[in-house]
Design a protein around this ligand. Structure first.
Ligand SMILES: [Zn+2]
Length: 419
């Protein structure tokens, strides 16, 4: 039994390559689908009216005003590209006892939980997520990429570089760690460069950070850096790709980030809300002693303050990342509501999880915009998020790579659509 499982995992690992290609089941490749839309947000900030989206196989082949028979009539909804969440922990679940069980479990029960998280995330309109990360992400990424399980397109960091001061290793050892993750099939490198939300120093020196982000760049991989306070500027100076969290960053730090074109992914409200909603389930589990909760309460207004400040920094590329943990999967879109309440324009919020999100993932040629040639990742909302951001909670239609996974909208098959 054990050796069978080892063989199975080995086969999955052997097949593991970055998940930036899609392989829907072969039977769906030639199928042509037409979607009629009324209000279409293209993903880059433009609003198109009364267009039909034509899909062949996994890709969009046309977006035009031509009137013809539609397979799906979504004219009463707001249609936009599937969302991208740049920061989730897709395997992080509650265990059989209902308590927080972390993200690295390998039991069969944990595997089902991960699959359930992926399903909930896809149903909530997220067609691509970046998990940052766990070795347990790998078999899930492969199963989804091969069309064996429904879920968002998954990218993973596998194992993060845990900053532990000098113990982390020499720059050369850090470079070797980065190459090892690449060999294991990582889509990106996750780096922990500082302590927690409210306290803790930098856990990597500037030299160590430089080595990690430079080696990743040489290997063609992006770097996501968990950074608070001083670590924000250090990661910016190291030329890393994206900075996560960021409490304690000054306006100068944010301006430097904008100047250097580094993506910023602060979390506004969903993360802390998830911990409080599920307090009984987190309390007393690793990293969640009772004294953590007053700290989280203190941190919440600081997150709002940072978001409000970041929004005002011109040119700062704020991407959409929720840090979804156990209890957060499928609720990712709540983060949009927090961000808009903190002053982000609704269209900016949408683009942050569409075209800008794709750019941050280095996947602009594949996802994030509804134009011919890109993956047919298309969702539809009951309501228009430009007027009412809570429309993001009402995802009625989800297509990923040309396959419809959810359709709670009115069926239109065989009806002629007149405009
Ligand atoms: Zn995280």
């Amino acid at each position: 039994m054990r050796s069978m499982r080892v063989t199975f995992i080995f086969l999955l690992l052997a097949a593991a390559t970055p998940a930036q290609r899609d392989s829907p089941p072969p039977s769906d490749r030639s199928k042509r689908i037409v979607i009629a839309t009324g209000v279409l947000l293209d993903g880059k900030g433009a609003v198109l009216r009364n267009r039909q989206i034509v899909i062949e196989g996994s890709k969009i082949v046309a977006v035009d005003p031509r009137v013809g028979p539609a397979d799906y009539d979504l004219r009463h909804l707001t249609v936009l590209p599937g969302w991208i969440d740049a920061h989730v922990h897709i395997t992080w679940s509650f265990g059989p006892d209902g308590k927080n069980a972390g993200m690295n479990r390998t039991s069969q029960e944990a595997a089902y939980q991960s699959a359930a998280n992926a399903w909930a995330t896809l149903m909530a309109g997220f067609t691509t997520v970046q998990s940052v990360g766990s070795p347990a992400d790998l078999p899930l990424r492969e199963a989804i990429a091969h069309g064996q399980l429904p879920g968002p397109r998954l990218l993973t960091a596998i194992q993060g570089l845990q900053g532990r001061g000098e113990q982390t290793g020499t720059p050369d050892e850090i470079r070797a760690f980065v190459r090892k993750q690449k060999e294991a099939g990582a889509d990106l490198i996750k780096i922990f460069a500082s302590g927690g939300m409210l306290q803790g120093q930098m856990t990597l020196s500037q030299e160590q950070l430089n080595a990690a982000c430079d080696e990743a760049k040489r290997q063609g991989l992006r770097t996501l850096v968990h950074a608070y306070r001083d670590a924000v500027r250090a990661a910016t100076l190291a030329g890393c790709t994206q900075i996560e969290h960021g409490l304690g960053a000054s306006d100068d730090d944010l301006r430097l980030m904008a100047e250097k074109g580094i993506f910023f992914d602060p979390q506004d409200g969903l993360l802390i809300d998830t911990y409080f909603r599920n307090k009984d389930r987190y309390l007393g589990t690793p990293f969640f002693p009772a004294e953590v909760f007053p700290g989280l309460e203190k941190a919440l207004p600081l997150h709002h303050e940072l978001m409000q400040r970041a929004i005002r920094i011109s040119g700062l590329k704020i991407v959409f990342g929720t840090d979804a943990a156990a209890g957060g999967h499928g609720r990712n879109a709540e983060e949009f509501v927090y961000r808009v309440r903190d002053g982000m324009a609704p269209m900016t919020a949408m683009v942050s999880a569409n075209a800008l999100g794709a750019q941050a993932l280095g996947m602009s040629d594949q996802i994030g915009v509804i134009i011919p040639g890109l993956q047919a990742d298309i969702i539809a909302l009951d309501g228009d998020p430009r007027n009412d951001i809570t429309a993001v909670r009402r995802v009625l239609f989800v297509m990923k790579g040309g396959i419809v996974y959810k359709n709670a909208a009115r069926p239109a098959r065989g009806r002629r659509v007149s405009q």
